[in-house]
Write a new protein. Structure first.
Length: 371
């Protein structure tokens, strides 16, 4: 499998920055012009997260009275020139249409989800069929159910989309985002919202994607065919149907996950507290990057890392499983990423040192002469 992202970073989107203390209303106009974009949120001039059109799902009051800091997402940053699996990992970590790209300490642009899908297709990195990666069974709601009822169904099912059924047949698809927008009161609506409906008692069928406009696929289609359909239809999910019935949903995140399942040595991270979880993507990236260097020389099965916090100090313990055995190391310090870097340096030294010693011993072993 190719791991490079040739051409992926050639055409980045513009960077729009906004301070976290600004009102949410200030972000709505640029989002309305480019619904697929993300606005970079800064705190004291440094990257803090992003605002997207989905950020208004949390809005319950007038956007002019809400600060950006109350709703922005702590989204990962993609390093310029990163390998395709690392890019897929960033998009897989959340429902992102676009993410910021960093070069050094500076955000230089934004990368869209569609560009990643195109790269996966052009690089022939997608294997398997739709049925291998779709979410199944599909969550369904009746066309006559209220917005509130549909949102509750999605919430309890842990999904953001539901297939709308009428008389036993597929009538359309409803998304949590569209229904949330529809349920906002008129005084809470942002300029982004076009509909005048606001009651959660309204029927879900009023706000669904109609059957005639629905993007679908079939279980036996290849993942590449499904990704191509997403790009052609400009959607992030497909209803998977068989004999006219919904059997699953395939999302762009499922496509990205398919790349991760074949590209990465598993890293199992445990012990992270609430604050540390905000850094989990960067921590995983650091561990995975160094692990790849070890995997070039050794047959690595997995890496498990457990983190403990004592006041302001971190303790990190790692176990690396290879074909020849298990190597354990520990490291301590005040900076979580720094502790991880030191941990992996020690792990590389031990494992690669053992491998060199083993190879040297093999070369120097006396050979029996033939009789």
């Amino acid at each position: 499998m190719r791991g490079d992202a040739v051409g992926l970073f050639d055409e980045l989107g513009d960077v729009i920055e906004i301070d976290e203390d600004e009102p949410l209303a200030k972000a709505l106009s640029p989002l309305a012009k480019s619904p697929g974009a993300c606005i970079v949120v800064t705190k004291c001039g440094r990257y803090a997260g992003i605002i997207t059109d989905r950020s208004i799902e949390r809005v319950t009051d007038d956007p002019s009275t809400i600060k950006i800091s109350a709703v922005f997402e702590h989204a990962p940053v993609i390093e310029s020139g990163a390998a395709v699996p690392a890019v897929c990992a960033a998009f897989f970590s959340g429902s992102y249409k676009a993410l910021p790209v960093r070069e050094g300490k500076r955000i230089v642009g934004t990368l869209g989800r569609a560009a990643v899908l195109r790269t996966l297709l052009e690089s022939r990195l997608l294997t398997g069929t739709v049925s291998d990666y779709m979410s199944s069974p599909a969550v369904t709601v009746d066309a006559g159910v209220s917005i509130a009822g549909a949102l509750e169904r999605m919430h309890t099912s842990g999904t953001r989309r539901a297939v709308v059924m009428r008389d036993g047949k597929i009538a359309g698809l409803a998304s949590a985002y569209a229904l949330k927008i529809a349920s906002l009161k008129p005084k809470d609506r942002a300029p982004l919202i076009r509909t005048k409906h606001s009651s959660e008692d309204a029927s879900v069928s009023e706000f669904m994607v109609e059957r005639d406009e629905l993007a679908t696929t079939q279980p036996g289609f290849t993942l590449a065919q499904a990704a191509q359909a997403m790009l052609e239809r400009g959607v992030s999910s497909l209803v998977v149907e068989s004999r006219g019935q919904p059997v699953g949903i395939l999302s762009a995140r499922d496509v990205f996950e398919s790349v991760l399942s074949t590209a990465h040595v598993p890293v199992y991270l445990s012990g992270l507290g609430r604050e540390e979880r905000l850094m989990s993507f960067d921590l995983n990236a650091e561990l995975s990057r160094e692990l790849e260097k070890i995997a070039r020389s050794l047959d690595v099965e997995y890496l498990s890392v457990h983190v403990k916090r004592y006041g302001h100090k971190y303790s990190m313990h790692a176990r690396l499983k290879t074909r020849t055995g298990v190597t354990s190391v520990s490291n301590h310090g005040f900076d979580l990423i720094g502790v991880a870097h030191g941990l992996m340096d020690e792990l590389k030294g031990l494992t690669l040192g053992k491998e060199k010693g083993r190879a040297l011993a093999e070369r120097n072993r006396p050979r029996r002469r033939g009789g």
